[in-house]
Design a protein around this ligand. Structure first.
Ligand code: SAH
Length: 471
């Protein structure tokens, strides 16, 4: 097989990112947008020694699981990988992805994993669920001002104002911002020349509060004629906060470190499971609040609290899981790297009259080992009776970003020897890697539950309960 050669192939499997896999004389091709069960015509893009990549040219016989994508640009846009697959099959794919990672990367016994895995928790409405949107702003080939999404793996902006994973109001906001930029001749950012002002439009929406936050990310510190933008955005019901964020670096990271409020409050609120949260532009907040509630309920169920427990919540963000746990625990300690998120976490505890939580700013892999070994910021502190309980907690919950936990943190957790560890993960590959470390040294996987927080995409969230083996 050579580059650019066209061939017919049946899709018999799916890769970890949701791409189709089809074999030609035993040689596998990864083919984006092809659905398992399809017979397609493909064109070889890259042929390596043991596998290749091909492009879907035409669907000859569609799979029984193929559906029409709701979004007209689902193929070029990099955001969704599974829109052409029925939602039922998407869930099956995600359940298998978690299972296979635990077996292949974690080295667990297949039968044992099947027994311990609960059925995946799917979404009732797998579209329009995202409470956060980030639209890059730029100019297209014809010099037209556009906002949209980056085409998969590139930095070309595909104009789209109404992504069907997000809420309907996003489109109105984007139109208003673009009209404002046109009228006052404000240039969008151009990353090749590092010139122009407006980089991104960030929108956050509180599903329960109906409050909206709009933040313009600028390659600068001020927005000319800002009051005109404020007047225009304030016509939208629910507008609560209008902000600017300065990001003057040449970077792919969307947000800079400082935020100024142009109008309204500094944050919006949202409610999950009866707890009200304050969310500011810079804080991490789960993007799908309906599924997040189910995810946190599962984490709480696994933590199995009776009211006497000391619990750590590592990678706590704005304290969402911490406050859920605090309602059922004696004391909860949260650790998070972003200082603004910890400010939100403290305010969220006060707002909900929850006093049995304490929060620490810092890297989990530094704060927790330092605490246990009384080093760093904890070196000079007087020992309190509480310390023993903190060093020997009943439960540790972790919810790290995709890269998982640092090994030093895992070893400290082993040293702290909690009865239970609840691992919440957005990447089952790093989850499997970390479980292997914990299970090599006294822990056992009890339950695993996948929760679909990200319909139409290849991502899946997983909660896992580990318990310490009795010696
Ligand atoms: N549990 C929270 C947040 C989970 S996302 C929730 O459900 O909303 C992961 C969080 O870890 C983010 O808030 C991120 O800022 C934080 N983080 C990333 N690296 C970290 C580290 N090394 N130590 C502590 N927190 C970290």
């Amino acid at each position: 097989m050579q580059k650019n050669q066209e061939f017919e192939v049946t899709i018999t499997d799916m890769g970890v990112d949701g791409e189709g896999i089809g074999k030609v004389d035993g040689f596998p091709f990864f083919i984006k947008d092809a659905v398992i069960g399809d017979v397609i015509c493909a064109k070889a893009l890259k042929v390596k020694k043991n596998y290749g990549y091909a492009r879907l040219m035409e669907v000859i016989t569609p799979s029984a699981d193929r559906v029409t994508p709701r979004c007209p640009i689902s193929r070029p846009c990099g955001g969704c990988q599974l829109q052409a697959l029925s939602y039922e099959k998407q869930l099956e794919f995600k359940q298998n992805k978690v299972k296979n990672n635990l077996i292949r990367i974690g080295g667990f016994d297949p039968q044992e994993i099947v027994q311990k895995m609960e059925p995946i928790i799917g979404m009732e409405e797998p579209y329009f669920y995202r409470n956060k949107a980030q639209f890059p702003v730029g100019r297209d080939k014809n010099g037209r001002l556009v906002a949209g999404f980056y085409a998969g793996r590139t930095h070309t902006i595909i104009p789209v104002e109404n992504c069907c994973l997000g809420v309907a109001v996003n489109e109105k906001i984007v139109k208003k911002v673009l009209a404002f930029l046109e009228e006052y001749h404000i240039e969008p950012y151009d990353e090749t020349t590092h010139s122009g002002l407006v980089r991104h439009i960030l929108i956050r929406y509180g599903f329960s509060s109906k409050e909206i936050l709009v933040c313009l990310v600028l390659n600068g510190d001020t927005l000319p004629h800002a009051e005109k933008l404020v007047d225009s955005l304030c016509e939208l019901p629910g507008m609560t906060s209008i902000q600017i964020n300065s990001n003057k670096k040449r970077t792919n990271v969307i947000l800079g470190e400082t935020v100024q409020t142009l109008w309204g409050k500094e944050s919006i609120t949202d409610t999950i499971g009866g707890i009200e949260y304050q969310i500011s532009a810079l804080s991490f907040y789960q993007v799908n609040p309906m599924q997040t509630e189910k995810l946190y309920q599962k984490a709480l169920e696994y933590a199995d609290l009776t009211g006497n427990e000391t619990v750590w919540d590592l990678y706590c963000g704005i304290g969402t899981i911490s406050l859920f746990l605090a309602q059922k625990a004696k004391q909860v300690y949260g650790v998070e790297i972003v200082p603004q998120a910890i400010d939100d976490a403290k305010k969220n505890a006060a707002r909900n009259h929850i006093s049995n939580v304490e929060f620490f700013v810092g890297k989990a892999e530094e704060v927790v080992p330092d605490y246990v070994q009384q080093k760093g910021q904890f070196a000079a502190q007087q020992a309190t009776p509480q310390d023993t309980e903190m060093r020997r907690p009943d439960v540790i919950v972790v919810d790290p970003p995709r890269k998982g936990c640092e090994e030093t943190l895992l070893h400290t957790m082993l040293q702290m020897a909690p009865k239970r560890i609840v691992y919440v993960s957005c990447d089952s590959a790093t989850l499997a890697r970390d479980l292997k470390v914990l299970c090599a040294d006294g822990y056992e996987v009890q339950r695993v539950c996948a929760v679909d927080q990200f319909g139409q995409t290849g991502h899946v969230e997983t909660v896992c309960l580990l318990s310490r083996k009795t010696q």
